[in-house]
Write a protein that binds this ligand. Sequence first.
Ligand code: FDA
Length: 322
Amino acid sequence: MMTELFHRVARPAILAVSRSDGLRRTAERLPVTRQVVHRFVPGESVADAMNSVEQLRYSGRLVSIDYLGEDVTDVDTANVTVDAYTTLLDALATRSEAAGTVRPLEVSLKLSALGQALPRDGEKIALENAHAICERAQRAGVWVTVDAEDHTTTDATLSIVRELRADFDWLGTVLQSYLKRTHADCEEFAASGARIRLCKGAYEEPASVAYRDGDDVTDSYLRCLRVLMAGTGYPMVASHDPEIIAAVPAMARENGRAVDDFEYQMLYGIRDGEQLRLAEDGNRVRVYVPFGTQWYGYFVRRLAERPANLTFFLRALAERRH
Ligand code: FDA
């Protein structure tokens, strides 16, 4: 009941805050915010990200690293993002990981951080920037997966992904089960053998395009996952939800998939014990590791997901005042 109320009332308000520049600047200045942010974001530098990579690889987990940033409004900032990925990929290339069919190292990127929303030629610029990152990643032996943002970008993002996959067939993308269109998108990408990271979706979306009830989103997730498991691609089960994780082994078995024919994925700092349990049971588990100074939007989406995260943050703020 409380959880449903949180999702119906608090979540939209918190997500609206994720778009406020004034609040972003205030939050970034508060030392306590930074302290809480570190639970979800290991640091701001490539060295911080590499440190997490070492620890996660040591515990048998795979990684996907995200240089934080989104909604870029000028070409220079998009270029800074490309440079940051280049530096990151050069650092990852120095690790001598055995190159199997599944790459232990991956980077995740948001097309809006590469210029997708720029008024003129935004899509062309994002495509060229993503292409340059994919070339660099290919040389470094690292995979790339394109994140999913709000529903107004889905068509443009998937069309850029289709173009990139013509040159890089290992490129993955994210689909969000809260969108009503996603079942059809899963059918298309599962038939083309793509790597698909299926998540529930983290943005505030209207009922015209998205399921808004938690159970409906979970049901849609399970229907979409069934399509991916039955397809020729590589499903990436990105969820912390115990109901979804419990459904995976039977679904994989029914579709003749062994433990190395799909992977579980979770976010850095969330359900660490469950990540370790799945990895120790012989499953592939990849952890999404965000880093960088632009952590505000990502952080607020994590607060909006769970009452306990928001309470944790508010308690830390209150304790600071006393
Ligand atoms: P749900 O939110 O229902 O949570 C189920 C349970 O998981 C909770 O009861 C709790 O136990 C635990 N849990 C979940 N979130 C938690 C949190 N923040 N803190 C602590 N515990 C938590 N979204 C998007 O729109 N575009 C994208 O590109 C991506 N990319 C992405 C990559 C990866 C690897 C993951 C795991 C997730 C994403 N997401 C995303 C986010 C995703 O859409 C979704 O918002 C979160 O994963 C939360 O949904 P769950 O499926 O975990 O279920």
